[in-house]
Design a binder for this molecule. Structure first.
Ligand code: LLP
Length: 420
């Protein structure tokens, strides 16, 4: 459920007409509903509340905007971070260090030192080489690093191949079959507190079966690790639960079904569970608001050329992802069109042969489900400045990231002295 709805024929975010935001801030612009994020955070927290003292750590990569993080921090969420940038943004937004998990296959010594100094709940390690570096860094700081290994359970997550991470040949995690050896090696290292196990098999999962299969393997491993004398207190079950993008497709399983499955599988684990949802919390809390520049006739379906482009919202171009596109003031008629941006390549296509509410030049449209992996994946390709972000709360709205100034883009380039 989200808080974008039609009132008197015009699409609103909570109590604010989207047309009012477009008039004040210009387009394209991302618009976030804080009530929707708060609701999703609470629904997820309630869904896993039956497990013992769970920590819900928002996957910052989904939407690192400071206002988003501060909203979720107030709901008591922690953060799953994968870079020093995300770590610092989480801290800046008021997320306490003891609610931060540091994931990622390529942590550098500098990142390890920074997070060890600032504090965190757990690093999820992905190799013995990383464990060795972690121990050396922690030793040099005179501390013990709290760590888990992210295991690769070799299950097929049945999602888009670019966001599937739990297959044996993927770059992520350590093979679960060899995990006992990895833990034995880590125990020999002087400055590690080996406290947990972590798993994450992919994103936009629309079926609980692969998750259940992965968690079953993790439960078995926890038993084996205890027999081998490891004091396992945490299990990080990652993120991955999908959200509905296409109204005409069956909805993915919801947080309640996920929570019930987790409670059942983990009942006898005797650990604190950690969760890293990203998309589920923020995806449907955001839209990309854009203006139709013109409708260009084609040999086939006409092209609706909008002022947003693949640099603003990369998901359709990168993953053939579906985003519903709706007029902000819908009429009664429909049309079948191709929705494209102004960028000079064919990949700048949001939808092909799409049946949608009819629009003409100057109309506003929204791309739905654009609160996750959207603004954060934007680039300045074609020298298009980064899109601003607006947050709505009730009848108020605020710009939470300003539109990038083209002057800034130009100034960021430095001429070498031979051209000066
Ligand atoms: N934990 C780890 C270790 C992850 O790698 C991810 C996402 C998450 C948690 C959060 O997963 P979520 O609950 O959001 O599914 N850019 C892609 C998605 C990439 C996901 C990467 N990892 C997209 O736009 O679909």
């Amino acid at each position: 459920m989200d808080h974008f709805s039609l009132r008197e024929g015009a699409l609103h975010c909570e109590d604010v007409p989207l047309a009012e935001i477009a008039a004040a801030v210009g387009t394209p612009v991302y618009v976030y509903s804080s009530a929707t994020m708060v609701r999703h955070a609470r629904v997820f927290r309630d869904a896993v509340a039956a497990t013992s003292d769970p920590l819900v750590a928002f996957a910052v990569k989904a939407n690192p905007n400071g206002a988003v993080l501060a909203t979720l921090a107030r709901e008591g969420l922690g953060a799953d971070v994968v870079s020093i940038g995300e770590y610092r943004r989480a801290i800046a937004a008021g997320i306490p260090p003891e609610r931060i998990i540091f994931s990622g296959v390529g942590k550098t010594a500098d990142e390890m030192a920074y997070a060890l100094t600032g504090g965190l709940l757990q690093f999820n390690l992905e190799s013995v080489e990383e464990a060795e570096m972690m121990s050396a860094v922690a030793s040099s700081l005179g501390v013990a690093a709290p760590v888990a290994f992210r295991v690769n359970p070799d299950v097929d997550a049945r999602t888009h191949k670019k966001i599937s991470t739990g297959g044996a040949l993927s770059k992520f995690g350590v093979p679960i079959g060899d995990a006992l050896e990895y833990y034995a090696r880590a125990r020999e290292l002087p400055a590690l507190d080996v406290q947990g196990v972590a798993v994450h098999i992919g994103s936009q999962l629309t079926d609980l079966a692969p998750l259940e299969s992965a968690f079953g393997k993790v439960g078995k491993l926890i038993g084996e690790l205890r027999v081998a004398g490891h004091d396992i207190r945490f299990a990080d079950l990652g993120g991955g639960l999908g959200v509905p993008y296409d109204r005409d497709m069956p909805h993915p399983p919801g947080p309640q079904e996920y929570g019930a499955m987790v409670a059942r599988i983990t009942a006898d684990w005797g650990v604190r569970l950690l969760f890293e949802p990203g998309r589920l919390i923020v995806a449907n809390a955001g839209v990309l608001l854009s203006e139709v520049i013109r409708v260009k006739p084609g040999v086939g379906d006409p092209f609706v050329v909008v002022d947003a482009a693949m640099n603003d919202l990369m998901r359709p171009s990168l993953y053939d992802a579906y985003h519903a596109i709706d007029p902000v003031t819908p009429g009664n008629s429909q049309m079948t069109v191709n929705v494209v941006g102004p960028i000079c390549e064919s990949g700048d296509t949001f939808a092909t042969g799409r049946r949608m509410g009819a629009v003409v030049a100057g109309d506003l449209v929204v791309f739905r489900t654009a609160g996750a992996y959207a603004a954060t994946m934007a680039s300045t390709y074609n020298s298009r400045p980064l899109t601003p972000e607006v947050m709505v709360s009730g009848d108020k709205f605020a710009v939470v990231r300003a539109r990038q100034d083209i002057e800034e883009l130009i100034r960021a380039d430095k001429l070498p002295d031979w051209l000066g």
